[in-house]
Design a protein. Structure first.
Lengths: 111, 116
């Protein structure tokens, strides 16, 4: 199974840009990359998804280099409410890998 | 309506009890999932239902018994659980069984289960 590696934790301050990188060296041709956010005692919430280059939505940006062996979730100008665990998932639409959560990155935003 | 609801929010049960967790969605999704999440750990996939049929069982002990009565409902029947089964149980749904590009899973808020 394609394995993802993320930093265990990150700290930031309000108003800063936060970049969380996920390593997925064994990514397959048909795999896409999905990021979820989870607050304590809540279910994960979809943030962004991409296959290559750059994807942006109203919440975040996702940067994927040409070799696709890593991806970076970028959160602009974080606030206290962005304190959460962020998970990177890698998989394709015919297998269970897209349903496998890695260890995630615990982001703590300070005032 | 993009909501997945789960009941109850909290459940305390003894090791000899039988209880059920309920999950409901009205988004027309044809895939539903049960995950188990221990404290400070990622969610772990337990079961996948595809078009109301069980398609994946991640070697879950038989004391957990899933049921999908219709396309909107998913139950998890619990019997003779152990204290180590205490966790947050999350339900999710998606339009297709294995979410592809431009598709995601929608998660419910979870049921916090404590087994005494």
């Amino acid at each position: 199974l394609a394995k993802t590696t993320q930093p265990i934790s990150m700290d930031s301050y309000e108003g800063q840009e936060v970049n969380i990188t996920c390593s997925h060296n064994n990514i397959a041709t048909n795999d896409y990359i999905t990021w979820y956010q989870q607050f304590p005692s809540q279910g994960p919430r979809f943030i962004i998804q991409g296959y290559k280059t750059k994807v942006t939505n109203e919440v975040a940006s996702l940067f994927i280099p040409a070799d696709r062996k890593s991806s970076t979730l970028s959160l602009p100008r974080v606030s206290l409410s962005d304190t959460a665990v962020y998970y990177c998932l890698v998989g394709e639409n015919t297998g269970r890998r897209a349903l496998t959560f890695g260890s995630g990155t615990r982001l703590q935003v300070q005032p | 309506d993009t909501e997945v609801t789960q009941t109850p929010k909290h459940l305390v049960m003894g090791m000899t009890n039988k209880k059920s967790l309920k999950c409901e969605q009205h988004m027309g999704h044809r895939a539903m999932y049960w995950y188990k999440q221990k404290a400070k750990k990622p969610p772990e996939l337990m079961f996948v239902y595809s078009y109301e049929k069980l398609s994946i069982n991640e070697s879950v002990p038989s004391r957990f018994s899933p049921e999908c009565p219709n396309s909107s409902l998913l139950n998890l029947h619990l019997h003779a659980l152990q204290p180590e089964d205490s966790a947050l149980y999350l339900c999710a749904s998606s339009r297709d069984p294995f979410p592809g590009m431009q598709e995601t899973q929608y998660f419910g808020p979870g049921t916090r289960l404590l087994v005494l």
